[in-house]
Design a protein around this ligand. Sequence first.
Ligand code: PGA
Length: 249
Amino acid sequence: MRPLILAANWKMHLGPAGAAAFLREFLAGYHPASNREVWFFVPSVSVAAAAAALRDATAFRVGVQNVYWEPKGAFTGETSVPMAVEAGASAALVGHSERRHVFGETDAETGLKVRALLAADVIPVLCVGETLAERERDQTLSVVRRQLAVLDGLDRAALARLVIAYEPVWAIGTGKTATKEQAQTAHQFIRSLVSNLFSTGLASAMRILYGGSVKPENISELMAMDDIDGALVGGASLNPESFGKIVCH
Ligand code: PGA
């Protein structure tokens, strides 16, 4: 059984004080069942506060929402992987749709970030997913295949740490969740692609999360699908009670 990952993506919300207050309230009220992990992708400036708040809690992990691939240098405004680790992060989102579509991040850049993270032993959560126009043109699977091609050439041992998040762009922040069948189809395709590209063992151990308008009302039916191993939650992760209900569904 792959342990479920219930992950919060706070986006550009909750600075250090807000993060610490959220986590205090969350830890007082909610305890994940065994075989479940709770990850928080927080703004870079809040990583240290979140890591401190979760220091004594097991089954929790703090991550950043983006990194730059060079370890240091003249890259104004960026956060390197070693800096994120020093602050307390042990995972990072890569290629979130807002990075791709608001900030113009390319597949090539996504690939460099995945490599920098794996080299530093930090877990990349590689986000993939099609836009509405791509889905309507029946290109969902080909878009996902292209976005996953950044993994070509990586060695299997390193890839064992990778997590994939399938987030259809049209479902993010819109209230439109993919149906459980639509999500399962994409997840099954991703798992079979990883199996063909690398190995069946790697594919069957890999966690593939679903993201896009996940809320307390739809978490159970999504998590019941064979190839869905967790959720990446935006809007509904900003309230301790609604995220708590998702974690404890
Ligand atoms: P949402 O965001 O849950 O608000 O749709 C998900 C995400 O962007 O990771």
